[in-house]
Design a binder for this molecule. Structure first.
Ligand code: GRF
Length: 204
């Protein structure tokens, strides 16, 4: 890849991690361009963030298609049209179609709000994660950025940052502390992946 990498960010909600990627791309910490934001929800606030940053958006919902195959084909065509090199999931609550995972193998990352492999897997998202951490009595938590494969929260871990769990934490206060760390490491982890692959392609 000799050009500046082109990123699609997938969201379902507020998009604060999307914002951290946009900011990092604009101030030079992330040497890549966010060129497309895909949302599973029409009203996701992240779509407004994308519009404000002048980034194209695409609302992708299975219910808008006659069958899952038609949906997958349309999504792949969209990613092709934007010449996407990497996909960053940022609060995306749907499973990516298998054909997308296959086509972008090792080029899709996700951020999870706990220290994987603990507190991952299906159903472990949002407040469920932080509630489980607090209930366990663990003294540390923190985000994980990992490669996405066919299994939930399973792929190679690229980066983690530990944050303390305080005795009086609620899932909200812990989520806020973890989210701050997410915003720091997500752009760093994406940059790390890009650099790893640039080194590998020079070596081959
Ligand atoms: C984050 O906590 C992230 O770890 C998880 O979903 C949340 C998304 O938040 N995957 P935002 O939409 O980026 O603000």
């Amino acid at each position: 890849m000799s050009h500046r990498p082109r990123i699609a960010v997938f969201i379902s909600g507020g998009g604060s991690n999307l914002q951290s990627l946009i900011d990092a791309s604009r101030d030079g910490r992330l040497k890549a361009d966010i060129v497309l934001v895909v949302s599973s929800k029409l009203k996701a606030f992240g779509l407004q963030r994308a519009a404000k940053a002048d980034i194209d958006t695409f609302v992708f919902r299975l219910k808008d298609y006659p069958d899952p195959e038609a949906a997958e084909t349309d999504l792949i065509e969209k990613l092709d049209a934007y010449d996407i090199d990497y996909i960053a999931l940022a609060g995306y609550l749907k499973l990516l179609p298998a054909s997308v995972v296959k086509k972008y193998r090792n080029c899709i990352i996700n951020i999870h709000p706990a220290l994987l492999p603990k507190y991952g897997g299906q159903g472990m998202y949002g407040h469920f994660v932080h509630e489980a951490v607090i209930a366990s009595g663990d003294k540390v938590s923190g985000p994980t950025v990992h490669i996405v494969d066919e299994i939930y929260d399973n792929g190679r871990i690229l980066m983690q940052e530990e944050v303390p769990v305080m005795p009086d934490d609620t899932s909200e206060t812990l989520a806020a502390r973890v989210l701050e760390a997410e915003h720091r490491i997500y752009p760093q982890a994406l940059q790390k992946l890009i650099e790893e692959q640039q080194v590998r392609s020079r070596g081959s």
